[in-house]
Design a protein around this ligand. Structure first.
Ligand code: FPP
Length: 243
């Protein structure tokens, strides 16, 4: 394969990579530009990373695009992020579809502005039969909120006798989460130096490998992605067992 910067074993790329795309604001600040300039540059990185994941044969890519806590940001910034999401989908949908990418969302998208909901539903519908990379956008997503929603649904199903308490196990619980059609992440990447999970995929990361880099999201690229995969492949995953 061309343009491999690290000695990656293409037979063993992580099946699911989840990314906390951090540092757009700091990147922009370092250039004395407004935060939204950083988010715009961040969308360019999304484009590159989606393509590279497809090319390398990653099965699932999940991007933390907007958390349940991100509503606390100034409303101009929230609305800029929503506008970027709409323009990304409008511009990229045909290309994503051509590349066999299947678009999904996790989180409660019904609370997003209407144009976002419309574009997202259109994208999900158009790409629903694709069997290439599954691109999941976490939008208005919070790991705790997702767990609480599952618990409520399970409680209702028990109350209405669709489910017995003895049926509740880890697999059943997973099937109530908004990540039900996505396998657990093998690798979680966080850019920009912070080493925390910030309410991302709490249940799903039980056995994930973590990779942190100081690079801000707008500077992350194909080479950095490959570096994270290379680092992942050097690790010894035991899933609680011994080797
Ligand atoms: C983190 O930077 C980034 C975000 C909160 C949003 C990521 C969203 C996009 C790149 C664009 C919209 C989404 C899509 C799917 C097109 P930060 O603002 O937290 O940076 P800072 O920590 O340096 O302030």
């Amino acid at each position: 394969m061309e343009n491999l910067f690290y000695d990656i074993d293409l037979e063993k790329v992580p099946k699911h990579i989840a990314i906390i795309m951090d540092g757009n604001g700091r990147w922009a600040k370092s250039k004395m530009m407004p935060r939204t300039f950083g988010h715009k540059a961040g969308v360019e990185t999304i484009r590159k990373v989606v393509k590279e994941c497809s090319r390398l044969g990653v099965g699932y890519l999940t991007l933390y695009a907007f958390s349940t806590e991100n509503w606390k940001r100034p409303k101009e910034e929230v609305s800029a992020l929503m506008t970027l999401l709409v323009s990304y989908l409008r511009k990229e949908l045909d290309e994503l579809h051509k590349n066999n990418v299947k678009i999904l969302t996790i989180g409660d998208i019904t609370k997003l502005p209407e144009p976002c909901v419309i574009e997202l539903n259109k994208s999900i519908e158009k790409t629903k039969d694709n069997d290439g990379l599954v691109l999941s956008l976490a939008l208005n997503y919070g790991g705790r909120a997702d767990i609480i929603e599952s618990i409520k649904s399970i409680a209702l199903d028990v109350r209405d006798e669709r489910l017995n308490i003895s049926d509740i196990d880890e697999d059943l619980f997973s099937s109530y989460l908004s990540t039900k059609s996505i396998i657990d992440p093998d690798l979680v990447i966080r850019t920009s130096g912070e080493q925390r999970l910030s309410n991302f995929l709490l249940w799903e990361v039980a056995y994930s490998e973590f990779y942190y880099t100081d690079i801000h999201w707008p500077d992350f690229d194909e080479k950095e992605l490959q570096k994270s995969i290379y680092s992942y492949q050097k690790r010894d995953r035991r899933f609680g067992g011994i080797k």
